[in-house]
Design a protein around this ligand. Structure first.
Ligand SMILES: NC(=O)c1ccc[n+]([C@@H]2O[C@H](COP(=O)([O-])OP(=O)(O)OC[C@H]3O[C@@H](n4cnc5c(N)ncnc54)[C@H](OP(=O)(O)O)[C@@H]3O)[C@@H](O)[C@H]2O)c1
Length: 505
């Protein structure tokens, strides 16, 4: 996705209310061309979004300038907007405020200009793809990036609804799920953005498809091709006795052990996402992939998660599927650019029926007035509390083990003058104990924290006392290839020393 761009054009803004969004215009006589875009400068609920006039982007030699005709909304957008789960802010998104102030990814539009090195596109071409900042009148995209021609016969709204949701569905079924014709696949969350594409793509791949949705969406899911539909308000698919070769889970509302019951002995479970805007704000959906990874080590079935990648190849495949009529994007609601906050509020409720689209066509019909859209974001911790919490995590995980290891090593040397230092051993022990606690937190639940804390604590204690079995067990249980290598070299050396003299601490 795109690079970071800041828009600070608000100081002399003339703001007025426009369908729930403040449109800030900056008077800039003789300045470069302007465009309207959705901008946010602080994390929070959709109330932080502003429709502003900012500088119209200029393509570089390798880029296209695209006039956006439609965009679509994904849960990813509210993750960026809310800065949630908070832990991702450490990954360069901006600890207290967003580094990139622009929102939206999926777009479809018309090429307005191309850089001098671009030969694959020309002005007037109709295209679609993914680019940070898609909630705007224009975007610039690298010609090599995720942009492909929009097939004739596919509308801008249909094309804009595809990138994230349809590519996710395709890659989950084809790459992670290795779906083959005739196999039985279950799509949990079949009526949402990803789900409606997944049902249709699975059918086009020749699978027998079961969709899971609520009562009001049963007919919709059947109409897009599901062979069977399970109404989750009446039946739990994990207890139906049916077994599937592949489960695509867009909701993540069942334990892995329960999902396993619904898999054939060699079946595959692919976790796509799940969790609402108010769920697990610190670590969010990061815990479940970890749990799947741990569990899949101990069972015959494959359980894992996936992260979609927008590629030209897959966008083209999907465009062709829609063109051929094998996949028909399901569009739930349409909003104008100024109504992006309402569109996101609606999506945050977690019950979209297909895709929510932003149209930039002034003549397009949009969904009725959005005052009915309820706010779902709860009051959240302030930015300073979040920043302190995240800094605390960094200090706890990295600096505390170093300080404790140095202190223990000093104590060891004081008590055992002349013996070799033991810094790495102490560091690894303490670090492993901390990692055990973090693992417990990620697995969610006090019991998990206590169990992991006790197991890793006991192993660390005996590791620090140089018991060979604990060295081996803790090294393997660190799940850290770097530690495996270091300990392999280090352990053998120390074991040889231990054979000469057994130290005490
Ligand atoms: N891994 C990736 O690369 C990737 C990519 C895209 C999206 N995602 C994630 O995948 C998830 C789904 O995305 P989306 O775009 O499809 O979201 P969405 O459009 O908001 O869809 C949510 C759907 O979930 C259904 N649902 C809610 N509770 C359910 C339950 N208990 N059982 C079955 N269905 C239930 C809703 O149907 P009802 O109204 O019938 O309840 C609704 O249709 C999100 O968490 C998103 O962050 C991950």
């Amino acid at each position: 996705m795109g690079g970071y761009r800041f828009s600070l054009a608000s100081s002399c803004a003339l703001a007025f209310s426009f369908a729930g969004v403040a449109l800030a215009q900056t008077s800039s006589p003789g300045a470069s061309p302007r465009m309207k875009a959705i901008v946010y400068r602080e994390y929070g609920s959709p109330d932080v979004l502003r429709l502003e006039e900012i500088g119209k982007p200029v393509p570089d030699d390798n880029q296209l300038l695209i006039k956006v005709r439609a965009a679509s909304v994904n849960p990813l957008d509210w993750h960026y907007m809310e800065g949630a789960p908070y832990i991702v802010r450490l990954l360069g998104f901006g600890l207290i405020e967003p580094k990139d102030t622009r929102l939206g990814v999926d777009y479809a539009g018309t090429v307005e200009a191309v850089g001098k090195n671009v030969t694959t596109f020309k002005p007037g071409d109709e295209v679609f793809g993914g680019r940070t900042g898609a909630f705007a009148e224009y975007v610039t995209v690298s010609a090599d990036g995720s942009v492909v021609p929009k097939p004739a016969g596919v509308t801008f709204e249909q094309a804009a609804s595809m990138p994230i949701a349809a590519v996710t569905a395709l890659q989950a079924l084809r790459d992670s799920g290795k779906l083959r014709p005739g196999q039985k696949v279950l799509i949990n969350g079949a009526s949402g953005g990803v789900g409606t594409f997944a049902v249709q793509i699975a059918k086009s791949l020749g699978a027998n498809v079961t969709g899971v949705c609520s009562t009001r969406n049963v007919d919709l899911v059947r109409s897009i091709g599901a062979d069977q539909v399970i109404d989750y308000t009446k039946e739990d698919y994990t207890e139906s006795g049916q077994r599937y070769d592949l489960i695509i889970d867009n909701v993540g509302n069942h334990s892995f052990l329960a999902c396993r019951r619904a898999l054939t002995p060699e079946g595959t479970y692919v976790l796509i996402g799940g969790g609402g805007v108010n769920d697990a704000r610190w670590v969010g959906g990061l815990a479940r992939p970890l749990r799947a990874l741990v569990l899949s080590r101990f069972i015959g079935q494959k359980m894992g998660s996936m992260l979609a990648r927008l590629t030209k190849e897959d966008l083209t495949i999907l465009g062709d599927l829609v063109q051929a009529g094998k996949v028909k994007p399901v569009i739930d609601r349409r909003y104008r650019l100024s109504e992006v906050p309402d569109a996101i509020r609606y999506l945050e409720q977690g019950h979209a029926r297909g895709k929510v689209v932003i149209t930039l066509d002034p003549n397009a019909e949009v969904s009725p007035a959005s005052s009915s859209v309820a706010k779902v974001s709860e009051a959240r911790s302030g930015p300073v509390v979040i920043a302190l919490g995240l800094v605390g995590i960094i200090v706890g995980v990295s600096i505390v083990p170093i300080v404790v290891a140095l202190a223990l090593n000093r104590r060891f040397r004081r008590r055992n003058p002349g013996k070799k230092p033991y810094r790495w051993g102490y560091y690894f022990s303490v670090q492993s104990f901390v990692a055990g606690i973090v693992l417990g937190i990620l697995l969610e639940g006090v019991v998990a924290v206590i169990v992991c804390g006790v197991i890793y604590g006991v192993l660390a204690w005996f590791f620090a006392r140089r018991h060979h079995w604990a060295w081996l067990t803790l090294t393997i249980a660190s799940f850290n290839p770097l530690a495996w290598i270091i300990n392999l070299v280090y352990l053998r050396k120390r074991w040889r020393e231990d054979a000469v003299a057994t130290p005490t601490i």
